[in-house]
Design a protein around this ligand. Sequence first.
Ligand code: AVJ
Length: 313
Amino acid sequence: MNQAASAKQRFASDLHLALSQRPRSVAPKYFYDEIGSQLFEQICELPEYYPTRTELALLRAHGAEMAACMGPHAQLVEYGAGALRKVRHLIAHLDEPHAFVPVDISGAHLLSACAELQQAYPALAIKPVVADFTQPHDLPPRPARGRRVGFFPGSSIGNFSPAETQAFFQMTAQELRGGGLLIGIDLIKDPAVLHAAYNDAAGVTAAFNLNLLARARRELGAEFDPAGFEHSAFYNAPQQRIEMHLLSLREQRFRLDGVDYEFAAGETLHTENSHKYSIAGFQAQAARAGFRAGPVWTDARGWFSLLWLEAPA
Ligand code: AVJ
């Protein structure tokens, strides 16, 4: 089976699983087909969506200090590398980097982003790894002189469940042992600010969420009335997370591969969790895997942080 066909099969079987359980939920990775990735790019530009521009401003202002934490001859591993826009603010300040190792599941995008980065840094050794970084994967050998350090921006970790977060810390504690990790997190804040960021006036986040259903129609031939579902995003305060759901507006049927799934009015398909953290709470989670808290960079409003964590020896 070719790659596209097997990816489609996994989407289909995961969607069958999602629709068979109660409450119904599906992994947010299924947002990101070509259209979904474009919609996410648009989200990053929205006036209400502060994380991207806040993190970029921190990288612009403090990239040199962050690079100094990484030290000379570092091998810099980026987890879930996208357009490689953010990491430039570190690379620009690294002292004789050994290599840059972006790890991403989307091979074609990764390679074109690497080609662009190479133009800007002709002398930099770029060693892309096409892999799902949450699964066992190989990296190029450790540098002889410098440390192996990680970069995980965007508060992408916010999508992980507490168990997945712990698994990520356990994995990186091993992979980056003797080095460290620079990680971006979205902070707990006024729920009104959070609500606006996930319910933008232009409706881009709604389109992003609904694209998951549109994708099921396009790719899998799912049969249902798209007008029967609406975007729902709200802050779950006890769990400290934004939840996104696709909300069924009435009793209706969703047919996939000849299997009928019934939705009651008000029933939802849970599509995403986006966890928000306190700095101390997040450092405590990392400490359970042996990471020691280092410098923290936060914007003046206290909305977003980049944290340096020293990996265990
Ligand atoms: C890419 C997971 C960081 O949680 O804010 C944006 C995804 N979802 N708007 C986030 C997202 C809705 C984003 N992350």
